[in-house]
Design a protein around this ligand. Structure first.
Ligand SMILES: [Zn+2]
Ligand SMILES: [Zn+2]
Length: 335
């Protein structure tokens, strides 16, 4: 993966390569593209995707679920909007995505969380200050989302990774390969995966400005930075309701990335948690929930009791004042 256009890589392609090599680069989420060099003018945002993304029709959506999809998934379809045409700067306006149907997912056979390797471990790396996303809440949410045991390890507050200062933001960055090698040595025997979470910015090699996260699926380790989801990182105010926004963003990111870890590619069928996102507004507008196509993949990966799962998620949204999500789950539970 020695290409230069690290953040620009087509995420559909990433996932084919990822499954092949066991390596996943998360260029998804909020503009993974490297900042343009100062000598060049920023490239104007495109208004259509390179090949003009056309939302799949009803038949294509239905085939993506699989012709043998149980009734539950067909019923869930009424709770999701079909994906819309992207507007300027949106993920699908700038990235070609071929999608991944349920039958295609089934054929992949990625690592699945199965006993004895069925726990998700979270390892905080570096400092988390007050006002940063709550790791305990992220742990709680990830537990409810996947129905797996999620263990929050004691953080390493002052790790010694290779680092540098980013030329553009003047902020400290850590080298991801160094972190992944470290995580491999710490992988517990019962871990499905070990995920490093940090508020420090990351870079994958000298030629790249930054990366949001990277994972090696075969080695079961990954690291994700929440730094660039925080307005303070760019010198802006966090604004009102920051706690809720921080929680919502970090829960979505962790769930989305962990689904990638389970072999799920970006969704092009419905408005869904697995849609790629290219900027913060798109992340904030992204659905918190998995559409029926992706939900069926989740069923294969973690075999949840769906009613119990939605009840557990509802409790979380209620306890944390995430009203929109609570109302959506209530509608599903009442149906
Ligand atoms: Zn993604
Ligand atoms: Zn989906």
């Amino acid at each position: 993966m020695g290409h230069r256009n690290y953040g620009n890589v087509n995420c559909g392609l990433i996932w084919k390569i990822a499954i092949f090599l066991g390596l996943a680069i998360c260029g998804c989420s909020v503009g993974g593209a490297p900042s343009p060099p100062p000598s060049k003018k920023p490239v104007p945002a495109k208004t259509t995707s390179p090949e003009g993304f056309k939302p799949p029709n009803a038949l294509e959506r239905s085939l993506a679920m699989g012709s043998d999809a149980p009734t539950f998934f067909l019923t869930m379809e009424s709770f999701f909007e079909p994906i819309k045409e992207p507007t300027s700067r949106d993920w699908l306006a700038e990235h070609q995505e071929k999608g991944q149907t349920y039958p295609q997912y089934e054929a992949l056979e990625p690592n699945m969380p199965r006993a004895p390797r069925d726990k998700i471990y979270l390892l905080p790396l570096g400092e988390f200050s007050s006002g940063d996303p709550s790791l305990e809440k992220i742990q709680d949410y990830t537990t409810r989302f996947f129905g797996l045991e999620v263990v929050l390890l004691e953080g390493e507050t002052n790790p010694t990774f290779t680092g540098r200062t980013d030329l553009f933001t003047k902020k400290k960055q850590w080298l991801t390969s160094d972190i992944l090698s470290h995580l491999e040595t710490k992988l517990p025997e019962d871990a499905y995966c070990l995920l490093g979470v940090t508020m420090t910015d990351l870079y994958p090699s000298e030629s790249w400005n930054y990366v949001f996260g990277i994972a090696t699926l075969k080695k079961r380790v990954g690291v994700y930075s929440l730094a660039r989801y925080d307005p303070q990182f760019f010198g802006n105010s966090r604004g009102e309701d920051w706690d809720k926004k921080a929680l919502e963003r970090s829960c979505k990111v962790l769930a989305h990335e962990t689904c990638h870890m389970m072999g799920m590619a970006h969704c092009i069928y419905f408005d869904c948690l697995m849609n790629g996102t290219n900027h913060l507004d798109e992340l904030d507008g992204q659905n918190t929930f998995l559409c029926p196509v992706c939900l069926r993949k989740l069923q294969r990966a973690v075999r949840p009791d769906f009613l119990e799962r939605y009840r557990h998620l509802k409790e979380f949204f209620e306890a944390n004042g995430l009203e929109k999500q609570k109302l959506w789950v209530s509608r599903v539970l009442e149906s």
